[in-house]
Write a protein that binds this ligand. Structure first.
Ligand code: HEC
Length: 152
């Protein structure tokens, strides 16, 4: 019994650690839905920061910090869904170039993750000017990848 519990805990720990990189999908549509869901969540929380950064919404330091924290975390998730064989299917807008230029695509993802991590630091600091600057840099990384790798 004790051994079984230990094994269980070990497996759970391993699963938690490797989840984003090794997420498994039964069907291509599942992978597509997973990455689109991640992007949609990231977009929703990033959009709330954008509203504050642009003055369309009143600045609320606590809300900004919470949204930036979510964006930083969720930014790690969608890329596990860009597995081989998912260039078609579902209602994907992913361009086939993702798979022929995977190194470039990954570099775009890494750059975005770095910029949203900086945005998270800025948001925790609570200074609106710094948040605006960091938001602008992060938004450029979204656009750069969408321009090259997402259908309009
Ligand atoms: C490395 C490339 C890359 C980066 C960086 C990136 N995206 Fe995306 N994004 C994509 C691709 C590709 C799709 C289309 C996925 C599909 O339809 O299968 C997408 C789709 C989306 C969608 C639509 C999701 C849906 O409902 O189908 C939103 C919203 C989005 N991205 C927001 C963002 C935001 C916000 C950022 C920056 C913080 C960002 N993305 C950064 C590649 C990227």
């Amino acid at each position: 019994m004790k051994h079984r519990l230990v094994l269980c805990a070990t497996l759970l720990a391993a699963a938690a650690l490797s989840l984003p990189a090794a997420a498994q999908f039964a069907k291509p549509e599942d992978a597509i839905k997973y990455r689109q869901s991640g992007m949609a969540l990231m977009g929703a929380h990033f959009g709330r920061l954008g509203a504050m950064a642009s003055g369309r919404a009143p600045f609320d330091a606590k809300a900004a910090a919470e949204n930036a924290e979510i964006v930083a975390f969720v930014s790690k998730l969608p890329f596990a869904g860009f597995v081989d064989g998912t260039d078609k299917g579902g209602n994907t807008k992913a361009k086939p170039e993702i798979w022929s230029q995977m190194d470039k695509f990954r570099a775009n993802a890494t750059k975005m993750q770095e910029e949203v991590a900086k945005l998270n630091v800025a948001a925790k600091g609570g200074n609106l000017d710094q948040i605006k600057a960091a938001f602008g840099e992060a938004a450029k990384t979204c656009k750069a990848c969408h321009d090259d790798f997402r259908q309009q």
